[in-house]
Every structure is written in C-alpha cells, then in structure tokens.
Design a protein around this ligand. Sequence first.
Ligand code: SF4
Length: 238
Amino acid sequence: MKRIIFELPKYIVADAGYGSEPNYDDVLNVRERIPLITYNQYRKEKTKKYKNDPFKTANWEYDEVTDSFICPNNRRLNYVYDSNRTDKYGFKRTFKVYECEDCSDCPLRSSCTKAAEGKNRKLFYNEKWEYQKQYVRKKLSNEKTGEIYGKRKIDVEPVFGFLKANLGFTRMSVRGKPKVHNELGFALMAVNLRKYSAINNENGTFSSDELRKRLCLSFLIITTFFIHLRLVMSQPLF
Ligand code: SF4
C-alpha cells in the first residue's frame, strides 16, 4: 500500500489473524507505526473462565527478584536457559525456559502438565511476545485508539459482506496477478458505485421511498453488469 497508494497512516488496523510477533515487529520497528491488531487469544484472555483458571501460566505469580514463577502447588519454576527457535519463514524467537523444582509427588500434576513421568513442568516464556501483547492490550483499551479499532468492523467488513452475499463474489474466476488485479478492480468499482449512490443523497435530495427505488435500481444494474462481466472474463480469449 505504501509503495502503490500512499504513506501509511499512523495506526495499522487488522483483525486477529494478523496479530503475530513478526507482524507486530514489522509494524512497530520497520514501518514505525502503531499496530491496532488483536492476537488470537485476545478475547479469550478477557473471559472470567480464563482469568480464574489456575493452570494458565498467565495467571501465575512472577517473582522478579529470583526470576521465577510460582505454580498452583506453590512450587517455584526457576529460569534454566534460553531457547532460540527459527520458524519456516526464518523468523527467530527467543524463549526463556523455566523449570519446576519438583513435580514428582504433585497431586495437581494431571491437570497441570503432560510432561512424561519423572520430568518436571517447563514453561517457555517469550518476553518480546508478552511485551507486544501488553502493548496492544493497552492501545485497544485506550478510548481513542480503541475507537479507531472498532471502526474496522463498520468500515471494512460490510464491503466483504456486500461482495460475497450480494454480488456472489466468493472467488476469483481468473488466474494470474494482472487478471486478478483487474477482476478485483471491477468488483470494488461496483461496491464504490453503490456507496456513491448512497452518499449522493446525504443532503436529502430524495425521499426515503425514492432513495430505496434508486438504490434498488442501481444495485440491479451493478449486479447485472458485474455478473455478466465475470462471465465474459472467465471465458478464454481464443
Ligand atoms: S505439576 Fe509441577 S508445576 Fe504443576 S502444579 Fe504440580 S508442582 Fe506445580
């Protein structure tokens, strides 16, 4: 978008599927923008059930002085080593590994860990990811930035809804980037024409009955045009 359309705005808004460590890293450090993007567990973390679950490590007490966590059985998980992992895209993550001092006779063991008999519970803590999540939580709970995030549902989702439910645009009928670019361009043009009809009446030129008729008519024309265009586009040229 930055290369083709415009300078990126101050806030980058996207839905939960995009809330990942590489994406937060990119938005914050490479593009120097503020991510308003939830992560997968964001909603779950806010539930009572999650907050009251003693086996969720997010609910475990952390002791800064000894750099250790306290488990539900009041035993300590001490820091033992750092573990570095590289995913299939080459992104590197560092985890601080904590290990419980002794899980052997713990009555809570079956609810707490799947570690093999004789092994202690380990906790893998990604400091950077935890910091990023905290940063995003703070931004989303802030009134101003929370409101910006909330607009995504109103501004963005209805476009997809209209494309899919009304225009039946659930998949591309062509292959190859330039053709897909054109087909999507036509689809978005149809959406914009519909919006344009509605905006044109913002000053109340038409009565609600007239407006409904006009919108129905423009919707009919746009849909017919769009469906036929897709039929033509999906035919081979020779
Ligand atoms: S299994 Fe280990 S870490 Fe889990 S509650 Fe028991 S002692 Fe604590």
